[in-house]
Write a protein that binds this ligand. Structure first.
Ligand code: M6R
Length: 364
């Protein structure tokens, strides 16, 4: 049931404040500010590495997870798309753990990677949305996302719930590994608990985002740029746009601009820059200058501080609330999804059932 929404995707985008809150509450206690007990088959303090494998949007959630586990827990993460992971013959250690991220829990390549790691004797965690799925059954621990059924082929609420799980686990790992103090844990859990409220605020920007998406739907190619966790988010923005609107899009690490994609910049290719005012904001601004100098049209997604400091002329600026660093990818995912959604609506495509795609890819 779509409720009063035109598409499942639209409904699922709007469900995010609620399902993010459910998911976080499964892992952290908002009142005491600590991680809830969780029966893990391995000890974060004793593993040397964490392997992560997934496909599509779930893979991009994992990539953001890598930044978190390495930053907050000093835990090295090996991550790859499942179709590469399963054949790459990478060295794996039975003393390490592996996480598989999947909305459906049935994706063929991800399942094959899971079985491959199981054979190597690793402990397996499945971050899945479908509790009765094959991956859930074949893992040592199920780490559920509580997004509820996701019907639209484009993953939206499953993605932000995957991020919620990974952020919570990174904090837990940080405490276990002695990287995060109990005081810092409280601050981070408090930050996580604020995600639903900020997500709600971002949904209110719908009118502006719809207007920008109408403009975007006039172009054939779009480039997304970001640094740090906004780099995987740039790739997620591009994936979402191409998958439902059929507009060609690429996501790049902003620093890679001058290593190739800058050759494409002209007035016919809008550049969406995802740049909250963080410690590398100025670096991204210099990339924006390079784009502007070549006549590129910039759509900047930032916060009030970022908007005030940026010296480059933008075509549009979407101003999000100023959010704590750890929840930034969760909050910045929303305008990315909304842009793709409205662009697809303007293109007149079948938003919930894009051509050539299946919700669950159970063949290789
Ligand atoms: O069910 P899964 O999470 O394993 O699916 C993985 C991908 O097929 C999926 O995320 C796909 O990339 C989405 N359609 C993207 O919106």
């Amino acid at each position: 049931d779509k409720g009063n929404r035109r598409h499942f995707m639209e409904k699922e985008i709007h469900e995010q404040p609620e399902v993010i809150s459910h998911t976080l509450a499964h892992y952290v206690d908002f009142v005491s500010g600590v991680s809830k007990p969780l029966d893990l088959p391995f000890d974060f303090a004793r593993i040397g590495r964490l392997a992560i494998s997934a496909c599509g949007t779930a893979y991009l959630a994992g990539l953001i997870g890598k930044y978190w586990f390495e930053r907050y827990a000093r835990l090295p993460v090996d991550i790859d798309v499942a179709s590469e992971f399963r054949y790459r013959e990478m060295p794996l250690s039975a003393n390490d753990a592996a996480f598989f991220i999947s909305q459906s829990g049935e994706t063929a390549d991800t399942l094959a990677s899971l079985r491959y790691c199981r054979k190597a004797g690793m402990k397996i965690g499945a971050v899945v949305n479908v509790r009765e799925s094959t991956m859930a059954r074949e893992s040592d621990v199920v780490l559920p996302t509580l997004a509820g059924p996701e019907i639209g082929v484009a993953s939206t609420k499953a993605f932000t719930c995957q991020l919620s799980v990974l952020a919570s686990l990174a904090v837990r790992a940080g405490v276990a590994r002695g990287v995060i103090s109990r005081e810092q844990e409280k601050t981070l859990v408090r930050a996580l608990s604020e995600a639903p409220r900020y997500a709600n605020q971002v949904l209110k920007l719908e009118e502006q985002i719809e207007r920008i998406a109408r403009e975007l739907s006039r172009y054939k190619d779009v480039l997304y740029l970001g640094r740090d966790t906004n780099f995987p988010l740039a790739m997620e923005g591009a994936l979402k746009l191409k998958e439902i609107s059929y507009i060609h899009a690429e996501g790049y690490a902003a620093g890679e601009l001058k290593h190739g994609p800058i050759a494409l910049i002209d007035e016919n290719m809008p550049v969406i820059v995802i740049a909250p005012h963080d410690r590398i904001f100025e670096k991204t601004v210099s990339n924006m200058q390079e784009v502007a100098a070549r006549g590129g049209k910039i759509i900047l997604i930032t916060d009030a501080k970022g908007a005030a400091q940026v010296s480059v002329k933008t075509m549009e600026t979407i101003i999000l609330p100023d959010v704590p660093e750890i929840i930034s990818p969760i909050i910045y995912a929303l305008p990315i999804q909304m842009l793709a959604y409205f662009a697809a609506v303007f293109m007149g495509t079948d938003v919930d059932q894009p051509r050539n795609l299946a919700k669950s890819v159970t063949v290789e």
